[in-house]
Design a protein around this ligand. Structure first.
Ligand SMILES: Nc1ncnc2c1ncn2[C@@H]1O[C@H](COP(=O)(O)OP(=O)(O)O)[C@@H](O)[C@H]1O
Ligand SMILES: [Mg+2]
Length: 385
């Protein structure tokens, strides 16, 4: 008996759900023949136990039929992502976890962070989506190099665009260039809901959401529509930015969103010529606030020209320069975020029941109460309890 005989036998085993067999797919890896015994390793792409079982049973059958007395089939498969244990309202139930990326104000690097964290999570082998919910300044398409791509429409659903291993959707991809909209409370709510319901996201492990700056209707609507597993705050080391960040952290608390951590962006400067790190806006100033909110600074990302160039040129540093110091810090932050999300799920998950609107449908609690946030760059705090 030869390897070819084994392959011939295994080519009768079709991959469940497909017409092709496991040999044609290239899933059959190691074959060890020892007299009448054979050991085969099959490396499949599905993490479903039923797929593994079916292949194992059929492969054993075929190899016995081919004349082997002792047959051992080792099935290798990707680790099954932990199911989310979250409860409450979820209008996108195929998505297991939601990561809300927030900042007190614009320009601190929220989109840059969202993009690089999403890519770093995908590089860990997770199924990742990136929703650009910053309706006021949707710049994720440019950063992901997909600004010229129009999404495909299937029936009344829109397919996300795939870039750098991440499924992406943005208001920027849906609008004509230069078109601008004036957003009112009810429109924001509708837009956020449509992003979750009418985009054909696949069964994602995590959807990273780049929120508009501030704490307003978009944040509240998102938290009411899906159970947000974790919040990530982006800040710069200056005090002004830190005051704003406190608002963002307060908002997570009010919305019952567990805080995965803070990213201190533009923290020092790495000179491209020498690789030396300089302190510009101050550095490490975020730590006390992290303590105050019982969380931690999970990355200090320096000002690095390659980050800005990567953003403007649609070539994110985490994808194109994985060996750079910043990419490594994003990767480490992504590890910490994912560990945090897993821990949240292990310990009962999140529940957004307590923050559901008590106002009539179509009217957000933010739009009615005092301190309503109709301002376009956020700033107002939502009046939820
Ligand atoms: N660490 C960094 N080093 C260099 N440039 C950065 C860094 N973080 C962000 N930028 C640049 O700063 C600008 C603002 O970042 P952006 O992510 O768009 O902020 P936000 O989404 O918070 O408004 C962009 O041009 C971006 O490329
Ligand atoms: Mg942005």
């Amino acid at each position: 008996m030869t390897n070819e005989d084994v392959k011939k036998a295994l080519s009768k085993v079709t991959y469940p759900g497909f017409t092709k067999d496991i040999v044609t797919f290239g899933f059959v890896k190691d074959i060890n023949i020892d007299g009448e015994s054979v050991e085969v390793t099959v490396d499949i792409t599905s993490s479903a136990p039923e797929v593994a079982n079916q292949i194992k049973t059929e492969a054993e059958e075929e190899l016995r039929r081919a004349g082997f007395k002792n047959v051992a089939i080792n099935i290798k498969q990707p680790v099954m992502p932990r199911e989310s244990s979250s409860r409450g309202k979820n209008i996108a139930p195929q998505i297991k976890n939601f990561l809300m990326v927030s900042s007190g104000k614009g320009g601190v690097g929220k989109s840059t962070t969202s993009v690089n964290i999403a890519i770093s999570l995908a590089k860990k082998g997770l199924k990742v989506g990136l929703l650009d919910a910053d309706i006021y300044g949707p710049n994720v398409p440019r950063m992901m190099g997909i600004e010229d791509i129009k999404p495909e429409v299937v029936g009344n659903k829109v397919l996300p665009i795939k870039a750098y291993g991440v499924e992406v959707m943005s208001m920027g991809s849906l609008m004509e260039e230069g078109q601008s909209l004036i957003w009112r409370g009810a429109m924001i709510m509708k837009a956020i809901e449509q992003f979750l319901r009418d985009i054909m996201w696949s069964d994602l492990d995590v959807l990273v959401i780049d929120m508009p700056p501030g704490t307003g209707d978009a944040q509240l609507t998102l938290a009411q529509s899906v159970p947000v597993t974790a919040g990530l705050t982006v800040t710069t080391p200056q005090t002004v930015s830190l005051d704003d960040s406190k608002r963002s952290l307060d908002m997570f608390k009010k919305l019952h969103i567990p805080i995965a951590g803070i990213i201190e962006n533009m923290s020092g400067f790495i000179a491209p010529d020498t690789g030396k790190e300089y302190d510009i806006f101050g550095k490490g100033t975020t730590e006390p606030i992290a303590k105050e909110y019982d969380t931690k600074v999970i990355a200090e990302i320096p000002i690095e020209p390659a980050i800005r160039e990567g953003g403007d040129g649609g070539k994110p540093i985490s994808y194109f320069y994985p060996e750079s110091e910043s990419a490594k810090r994003y990767a480490k932050a992504a590890d910490e975020i994912w560990d945090f999300i897993e821990e949240i799920n292990k310990t009962g998950g999140v529940d957004n029941q307590a923050i559901q609107p008590t106002t009539p449908p179509g009217v957000s609690a933010c739009s009615t109460g005092a301190g309503a946030s109709h301002s376009h760059q956020g700033g107002g705090s939502c009046g939820c309890h």
